[in-house]
Design a protein around this ligand. Structure first.
Ligand SMILES: [Zn+2]
Length: 206
């Protein structure tokens, strides 16, 4: 059965590998001695830390570089009023298109590629939101029509083009493979879950 489904195996084994090494190590050390045990321990450590440094394909803005970019381009003062030309169209828009500020867009694409290599398709309903669309969402929230917490227009990172709401048909949460992948890898790309909203991730730089 295992040899007939190479693709499924690849997807399933990738996240399980470090766990498997944990359970194999004690048994291996009993029969092969100290040297092997030390080697296995090193291998185990490499198995855990290697993905953290290997999956990022290029340079991503640091927090300081992002701060500088925000100041130079006067982004926060124009939250929700950014022009189309200063936003970058990105892939992974649940409704077709989505836009992010350039530093976040670059990182989002790298993160999507890394996730795709692990069989995860990261998509987002909301990315950049104009002042008007943030206001509509906020008013819906005040009316009780929107369960999620929505910030007033002018204050959300969606208005700076630095936030995404990740979905797989419903907003992601614990138990979703997309959430599990983000929880493990997103920080390597500078993305963080800022609030208790498991689907809302913000770019802060690496
Ligand atoms: Zn959001």
């Amino acid at each position: 059965m295992a040899s007939t489904s190479a693709q499924a195996e690849t997807t399933e084994q990738a996240p399980a590998a470090p766990v498997a090494e944990f359970s194999v190590t004690p048994m291996a050390s009993q029969s092969t001695g100290r040297t092997a045990d030390a080697f296995m321990t090193l291998g185990m450590m490499l198995g855990i830390t290697a993905p953290a440094t290997a999956i990022r394909s290029g340079d991503i803005y640091t927090g300081a570089e992002l701060d500088n970019y925000m100041q130079v381009h006067n982004i926060e003062e124009r939250n929700g009023h950014l022009s189309t030309s200063e936003l970058t169209e990105v892939t992974g828009g649940w409704y077709g298109t989505g836009h992010l500020l350039a530093p976040a867009a670059e990182s989002w694409e790298q993160m999507r590629a890394a996730a795709a290599a692990a069989g995860i398709d990261l998509q987002a309903t909301d990315m950049y939101r104009s002042w008007e669309s943030q206001n509509r969402a906020y008013e819906a929230h005040l009316r009780g029509d929107k369960a999620a917490n929505v910030l007033p227009p002018g204050t959300s990172e969606h208005g700076n083009g630095l936030a995404v709401d990740i979905t797989n048909g419903h907003i992601i949460g614990q138990g979703d493979p997309e959430w599990a992948w983000m929880n493990t890898h997103a920080a390597q790309f500078g993305w963080y879950p800022i609030s208790n909203e498991t689907w809302h991730w913000e770019f802060r730089g690496v």
